[in-house]
Design a protein around this ligand. Structure first.
Ligand code: NAP
Length: 235
């Protein structure tokens, strides 16, 4: 039996990933910062609920205790994420980016990932086949965003892509440190969720595909990679 925790699973890509993993027989914890939204999602999915705000040490510590008490953890999907958007869903221009905006985005997307990995490491290390999936973004790629011929080149915000580039580096470093674990960063693709005001061009089912695939890796699967549904991406 595989036990899986997905952060930010009350909606969007996290919810769909939870649905798919329940379907294939995982025992799934829906991590959500809001108890009502999280319980409701877990109930709809036939999953368990655990309160978990990735920006809050006490919340993450309490989540570790309850998951440990109920049997442990094999798969961690670091999915919770946010992007600052302005009026009409506009991304902030480089000139408007502030240290405060950067801090807010990094608090969830970067420090949140490290907080959760650090706290759940002892449980993952007790698993026979531990897996970590870090939900990154295509916008994490320095190669792509600096290429004038890439469609993503137009994207102007600073904080969100920088946070996801940090997620990629975090992935590489943990993968080297824990060779018995499968630890990968994934790009779901531009998906219609609340994160982008539903402007994404893919369905949530399409976006969740690579998250589900990498969450189901066996002990011989790849580690330390950055992939989308078609394979490895340039860093
Ligand atoms: P979404 O529908 O807005 O879902 C984001 C989830 O993260 C929500 O459940 C949200 O909870 C949760 N969350 C935010 N801050 C949190 C915190 N501090 N603690 C715990 N949970 C928190 O967006 P999504 O598109 O599914 O995003 C999922 C992941 O995919 C993110 O990491 C995002 O960066 C990444 N991604 C998305 C796209 C895309 O096109 N959609 C593309 C590439 C990567 P609340 O409901 O409480 O706010």
């Amino acid at each position: 039996m595989t036990t899986t925790l997905i952060t930010g699973a009350n909606k969007g890509l996290g919810f769909e990933t939870a649905r798919r993993l329940v379907e294939v027989g995982h025992t799934v914890y829906v991590g959500a910062r809001d108890a009502e939204r999280g319980r409701d999602a877990a109930e709809r999915l036939g999953a368990r609920f655990v309160q978990l705000d990735v920006t809050d040490d006490a919340s993450v510590r309490a989540a570790v205790k309850s998951v440990e008490a109920e049997g442990g953890l094999d798969v961690l999907v670091n999915n919770a994420g946010m992007e600052v958007r302005g009026e009409n869903n506009a991304v902030p221009a480089a000139a408007d980016t502030t240290a405060d905006e950067m801090r807010t985005v990094f608090e969830t997307n970067v420090f949140g990932v490290v907080r959760v990995i650090h706290a759940f490491l002892p449980l993952l290390q007790r698993s026979e086949a531990p897996v970590v999936v870090n939900v990154s973004s295509g916008l994490a790629s320095l190669t792509t965003l600096s290429d004038p011929d890439s469609p993503a080149h137009f994207y102007q915000a600073v904080a969100y892509p920088a946070s996801k580039t940090a997620v990629n580096m975090i992935t590489v470093q943990y993968a080297k440190a824990f060779p018995k674990m499968r630890i990968n960063a994934v790009e779901p693709g531009f998906t219609a969720t609340d994160l982008n005001g539903r402007t994404g061009t893919q369905t949530i089912a399409e976006g969740a595909e690579i998250i589900v695939r990498m969450a189901r890796l066996g002990p011989d699967g790849p580690t330390g990679g950055y992939v989308d549904v078609n394979g490895p991406l340039p860093w």
